[in-house]
Design a protein around this ligand. Structure first.
Ligand code: ADP
Ligand code: ZN
Ligand code: ZN
Length: 773
């Protein structure tokens, strides 16, 4: 028996010396020498360390199912961890001469039960081939951080208690009421430490009884009835309206793999639809996977799930402690949890009882992994649902053009929710023409008047400015010197709160200067404005108001956002300021005015997706107004109130904008109608990078002749050419069809060895990039 094992040499390196962090770029560098696959002869394992697996674990030392388990293999003089991808017979192997000389030894199995099941493995192999990324690295990025080492994949225990004797001698129980109460509680069933805590009996009492030999600790997980065998109770908050009902009926009517796009205006009750569908799914004993953009930004949504269902729910996101994350992964993949709510990487969690996948806010850019193994969780989730043969729901008030296009060509079923749930009225968007407006620190007079009037009626207002810090630039008023980051082509942002200058691209901090390094003048000034400045300006205007600011600088610790949201709900603050973080699905029922400051720069961006992103941002922020019974309005500051995009969006709404934008992409031959890939090169040396990129470019031109519908653009500087002391150049590849692009990229990988390896350069292929810059 031979096994194919995916290993990742590069990650192994970093593991040895540092804690792996999924989001850092470094350990995923693209052109490292990762071995994609190696073959290992597991029979030779028998002669190896017979004691590495303890006898109690596996009777015959092999796991029953080997595929999906982690193993240790020797490569050269090193031991590497890998994941078994497939099993092969000797015959199969001898047909494949290429692998013959490449047989390594398996030292031992780390797992007795597979970490990944067949479907997840198929998705990972598909992803490696579609995104043209080494198999080993793809498998490693799908593993929960702790499992990237030899850490055991063991389900967490639930500490519980049971009695050692049926009747306790009075004097042993002592005089403590709590001890007696604990003893009585255990009369009929065993309880967990957490259960005792809930009824006011602390662990110390239990430990005391344990010392006296009256109680003993047990693992309740082994005793408890799983959720799918028990009664499932559900708390309904309201009855669904007609639109919601028919959405649920339509989705439930189809079985097997189907993609549904719920295109529903903000506040139309999409979440309510998900919850009702999930109820049907879990009542069948099946599981639901819910992917959300950024979990720590949506505590309200998570709470709603907990309030609704009695079944076990787990969360996965990169901000949580590694141990907790591993527990969630294991509880869901073993079927012990019914619902998983997670961010993009949760898409790789196996499902024991696959029921449904739901992607909330499917347009959100955080579903795209932007370094290392670059993938789109929405696209992978769709592939996953197809392999599991289950339905998938994508939901948004501002669907991506990709999904709308898929509706257009008949791949996705669209379900529209046109009305706001309950009695909420849609908010009206009104542009403020900045050309003739008086303004103060970037806020127009009209905006200030509107804010004052809302406050007088005891309403809340929300002001969005998509730039954090105090001001994006600091310059010398005498000679024009601009303070720049020494590592990037970027000006430094002044942060008043932290009293630093900060580069928003490499996060380097600099002290606040007192004089100009060129002319020594002390006449330094800031230009432009960020949320901190907005806050101090509004404080000046409304000195008696409490203002809360929500951006990456103010939300640094876990729980802070939750606290702020609660305070806003309690009306402790009536002015809410923030960046696009405010657009992420929060419910602010008392907000009646949304002000949007300065979005003009997105209207002239070269990036073809910037119009789509701007429209989504405007509609999403606007959706925060008037969510309850009060009617809301949105004021949008712009120098171009007659810009066709704004006019269409304001007059006819997102769907009209989207269909216009889709025709524009069709005319200009842009994705999602055509397909893109970008070869991204970076290096500390501009010279060697540009030499290498030229070489690649001419090479691509050569093979391109066989691909009539594929076009290669010459190397071009990235939107920021120098970042963190590295230079970035891109080659954009455009194909009329996805199929041809894939063929082209595959042939490219085949020829990869012909491309010279430049020492200090890295290159990576970015398929379906979120931006070509
Ligand atoms: P979305 O996910 O589309 O933004 P939600 O499901 O969060 O919408 O619903 C928006 C608001 O409307 C929430 O406050 C929710 O409690 C309420 N809501 C949803 N469905 C109903 C309904 N059928 N009747 C009354 N209120 C509803
Ligand atoms: Zn100067
Ligand atoms: Zn920098």
């Amino acid at each position: 028996m031979y096994l194919q094992v995916a290993v990742n040499i590069h990650i192994y390196h970093t593991l040895k010396y540092a804690t792996p962090d999924e989001t850092t770029e470094d350990h995923c560098s693209p052109d490292d020498n990762a071995l994609g696959l190696i073959f290992s002869e597991s029979t030779s394992y028998k002669n190896q360390n017979p004691d590495v697996l303890t006898a109690e674990k596996a009777p015959d030392r092999y796991p029953k199912i080997m595929v999906g388990c982690r193993v240790l293999v020797t490569v050269g003089s090193r031991e590497l961890m890998g994941v078994v991808v497939s099993e092969h017979t000797k015959n199969e192997l001898s047909r494949d001469n290429a692998t013959q000389g490449n047989i390594k030894k398996i030292l031992r199995f780390i797992d007795e039960v597979p970490i990944f099941d067949h479907n997840v493995i198929s998705v990972l192999l598909w992803a490696a081939s579609y995104y043209h990324y080494p198999v080993g690295e793809v498998f490693f990025s799908a593993l929960p951080p702790l499992l990237k080492s030899c850490y055991p994949a063991k389900l967490p225990e639930i500490e519980g208690w049971e009695k050692t004797e049926t009747a306790a001698p009075e004097k042993l129980l002592g005089r403590s009421c709590k001890a007696k109460e604990a003893w009585n509680c255990l009369q009929k069933q065993s309880l967990s430490t957490a259960d005792f805590k809930n009824i006011g009996i602390p662990g110390t009492i239990l430990k005391g009884l344990e010392k006296k030999g009256l109680l003993k600790r047990i693992n309740l997980r082994e005793r408890q009835k799983p959720w799918y065998q028990g009664e499932i109770s559900v708390n309904h908050e309201f009855t669904m309206n007609e639109e919601q009902n028919s959405a649920v009926t339509e989705i439930s009517a189809k079985s097997g793999f189907n993609v549904f796009l719920i295109n529903g205006v903000t506040g139309s009750g999409k979440t309510e639809v998900y919850l009702n569908i999930i109820e049907k799914i879990i009542r069948k004993g099946l599981q639901a996977m819910v992917l959300v953009p950024e979990i720590n930004l949506t505590p309200q949504t998570v709470k709603r799930f907990y309030r609704r269902f009695s079944v076990p729910i787990v969360c996965i996101n990169s901000a949580m402690p590694a141990k907790e994350r591993l527990n969630s992964f294991l509880l869901f993949s073993s079927g012990n949890a019914a619902i998983l709510i997670g961010t993009r990487s949760a898409v790789f969690t196996p499902m024991r009882f696959p029921g449904i996948i739901i992607i909330d806010e499917e347009h959100d850019s955080s579903f795209r992994q932007e370094d290392g193994f670059r993938y789109h969780a929405r696209d992978l989730a769709t592939v996953r649902a197809r392999m599991e043969n289950i339905p998938i729901i994508l939901g948004s008030a501002t669907p991506s053009l990709e999904s709308l296009y898929n509706v257009k060509i008949g791949k996705f079923h669209e379900i529209k929710l046109l009305r706001r749930a309950g009695n909420a009225q849609p908010a009206k968007i009104i542009p403020i023409n900045m050309c003739r407006e008086g303004q103060f620190h970037g806020i127009s007079d009209s905006m200030l008047i509107a804010i004052r009037s809302e406050l007088e009626q005891n309403n809340q207002v929300l002001i969005m400015l998509n730039r954090r810090g105090y001001a994006p630039k600091i310059i010398c008023h005498d000679c024009g010197y601009i303070f720049l980051c020494s590592n990037c082509d970027s000006s430094l942002c002044y942060h008043q709160d932290r009293h630093i200058l900060l580069c928003h691209h490499c996060e380097t901090r600099y002290p606040v200067p007192s004089e100009c390094p060129l002319c020594k003048s002390r006449n330094l000034t800031v230009t432009g404005n960020g949320t901190e400045q907005l806050e101090s300006c509004l404080k000046n205007h409304f000195p008696n108001e409490s203002i809360v600011r929500i951006d990456r600088d103010s939300i640094t610790k876990k729980g802070v956002l939750e606290q702020y949201l609660q305070e806003i709900n309690d009306k402790k603050h009536r002015i809410i300021i923030g960046t696009q973080m405010l657009a992420k699905g929060h419910d602010f029922p008392e907000v009646t005015l949304v002000g949007i400051i300065n979005v003009d720069s997105s209207l002239i961006s070269e990036d073809f997706r910037s119009r789509e992103k701007l429209a989504q941002l405007i509609i999403q922020v606007s959706g925060r107004a008037g969510r309850a019974t009060k009617k809301g309005r949105v004021l949008l500051q712009t120098y171009w109130p007659n810009h066709p995009l704004l006019e269409l969006l304001i007059k006819e709404g997102y769907n009209a904008f989207a269909s216009e934008e889709l025709s524009r992409r069709e005319r200009l031959k842009l994705p999602p109608i055509t397909s893109h890939a970008v070869i991204r090169g970076s290096s500390p040396s501009h010279r060697s990078l540009s030499d290498l990129m030229d070489e690649i470019y001419f090479y691509l031109l050569e093979i391109c002749t066989e691909y009539p519908h594929t076009k290669i653009h010459p190397p071009m500087a990235a939107s920021m050419e120098r970042k963190g002391n590295r230079y970035y150049l891109n080659i954009v590849i455009e194909s009329d069809t996805r199929a041809e692009l894939q063929k082209f990229l595959t042939s490219l990988i085949h020829h990869k060895n012909e491309i010279r390896r430049a020492n200090n350069c890295r290159t990576v292929i970015d398929v379906d990039p979120s931006t070509t810059f």
